[in-house]
Design a protein around this ligand. Sequence first.
Ligand code: GDP
Length: 314
Amino acid sequence: MITGVTGQDGSYLAELLLDKGYEVIGVVRRTSHDSYERIGHLLDRLHVVAADLLDQHSLTTVIRDAKPAEVYNLAAQSFVPTSWNQPVLTGEFTALGVTRLLEAIRLAHPQARFYQASSSEMFGKAVETPQRESTPFYPRSPYGVAKAYGHWITVNYRESYGMFAVSGILFNHESPRRGLEFVTRKVSDAVARIKLGKAGELRLGNLDSGRDWGFAGDYVEAMWRMLQQPEPKDYVVGTGTMHTVRDLCAAAFSHVGLDWQKYVKIDPRFVRPAEVDTLLADASRARRELGWAPKVSFEQLVKMMVDADVERLA
Ligand code: GDP
């Protein structure tokens, strides 16, 4: 069972599990718009059920009815800037939603193995570099604070009830399916538009911030591996290389033969009240114990995203 199945990670994880022969149940939340763009090609192979992280009863019902062997909680309010505008809603989905789902499992099917999508945003104003499982959290946004809650409640249900509940502390992971508001996709989309003559500039905030960006398709493999371990444990997942937003711009524009400095403009609207300056993963535990390593490099990722947007917009 996957919550957030309509999102980037949900769609890649559903593909991975279907390829492994799983029966996959995708949990979707009712909305008035079509949210199936990332999983349209999977709909005839997925069981889609309706439930909402804000509604305890709906969660308990879907867990009780399906009795899933594995539950992946990938649903959240996941965009950092929105978390300042809607801090309470972010906490309801991203923090308390985890408790509701854990309660549903505890009451209806405690044998289920549970994966929580924790985030490198919990490290925030990082107290050490690189960040590993033992690095203390210092979140810098209501989103990061909510994810820290989700992380610790997962640890707590493991320790309180003996549940197989784990957190994957995933660093930024991107793909052609990334939402257009995130910086990588915003850049790849703008590069494609500029190349095709549909736009003339790209407005961004802080170009100095550094991230450990990997490919989402690689990261869902790590999620699955965490649930196949003999013992439930938390893992950091990232590439161990960092690039700045400036590096991202340079790589994306140069891939289509353009000079980024002619098109990128700084716009204070995209600067955040508090910034996470740099994030860099030490994923050695995941490498050692899960046998996991990323396959797609930063350069390959940027090219993949730009090419996909050029093709889509052409
Ligand atoms: P995050 O790490 O989850 O916040 O992922 P984002 O892709 O939203 O942002 C990554 C970094 O890019 C942050 O440090 C942002 O401040 C920086 N950034 C600079 N300009 C922009 C922009 O226009 N949009 C977004 N989303 N991020 C930007």
